[in-house]
Design a binder for this molecule. Structure first.
Ligand code: NAD
Length: 253
């Protein structure tokens, strides 16, 4: 196996996942990024020197294969970052059934399956880490995001359960809960809301998104990556089952 510790970051070719992958690589880990198999994702990973794993996390078989591929390519697995996700906004009566199923699979079932399949490797590491990128919407709700918020609340429950089970196995499990971060996912929401509310994108940011926040400025993906870097490091051996908010003060009130 390679000398360095090995990380797998899901949704690792965009936004927060890409920033985490780059940061862990800078920290000296060998990093694989899992994402939907699209040419631009594969090319981006290659340019960055990241191992690309093409997989669709809404499929159970892809979750299994992804873990096998990382271990085959890089010789083991020490850090699993469950980060992939997406948003869908609709009131419950209109929320498409299939979208609910896919969102729950990608954002809750896949983190469970990847944790399960990766577990023996993470355990063997002696410094295994599972880092689940949840959200402030793992604690609080907003209207029209029923599947996203349900999945994120569930992911915090999975984090705490896994942390208890992992206790004596040299394996920690933690969740990171960001407030709004400037990524393609959020840029898309800003544009949608500006259109539906008939206001400017700046007004959506300040008056809608950052209304509950104490600091009125969007986070950057690198801010989340810096926290993930600490959680992944050997120094964080005693932190487990933690739900780490980095939310501009949103949940302080
Ligand atoms: P993003 O859209 O920039 O990146 C998400 C990545 O996940 C994409 O590369 C996408 O292709 C991948 N993905 C989606 N469905 C997939 C599937 N079925 N299989 C494999 N990969 C898939 O989003 P982001 O803003 O960087 O979000 C990353 C994570 O952070 C998500 O879990 C999101 O819920 C969470 N989060 C984001 C914010 C924010 O403000 N941006 C806040 C809190 C939490």
């Amino acid at each position: 196996r390679t000398e360095s510790r090995v990380a797998l970051v899901t949704g690792g070719t965009s936004g927060i996942g890409l920033a985490i992958a780059q940061r862990l690589q800078a920290d000296g880990l060998a990093v694989a990024v899992l994402d939907l198999d699209r040419p631009h994702s594969r090319e981006l990973a290659e340019r960055e020197g990241l191992t690309f794993i093409g997989a669709d996390l809404s499929r159970r078989a892809d979750c299994r294969r992804a873990v096998d591929e990382v271990v085959a390519a890089l010789g083991g697995l020490d850090v699993l970052v469950n980060n992939a996700g997406f948003q869908h906004i609709d009131p419950i009566p209109d929320f498409p059934d299939d979208t609910w199923d896919t969102m729950l699979h990608v954002m809750l079932t896949a983190p469970f399956l990847l944790s399960k399949y990766a577990w023996p490797h993470l355990r063997r590491s002696g410094q295994g880490r599972i880092i689940n990128v949840a959200s402030i919407h793992g604690h609080v709700a907003s209207p029209f995001k029923s599947a996203y918020i349900s999945a994120k609340h569930g992911l915090i429950g999975l984090t705490r359960t896994a942390a208890l089970e992992a206790g004596e196995q040299g394996l920690t499990v933690n969740a990171i809960c960001p407030g709004y971060v400037r990524t393609p996912l959020v840029e898309g929401q800003i544009a949608d809301q500006a259109r539906t509310r008939g206001i400017t994108p700046e007004e959506v940011e300040q008056k809608v998104m950052l209304e509950p926040a104490a600091i009125k400025k969007l986070l950057n993906p690198e801010d989340i990556a810096a926290l993930a870097s600490y959680v992944a490091s050997p120094a964080a051996w005693g932190m487990t089952g933690a739900v780490l908010d980095i939310d501009l003060g949103w949940t302080a009130r």
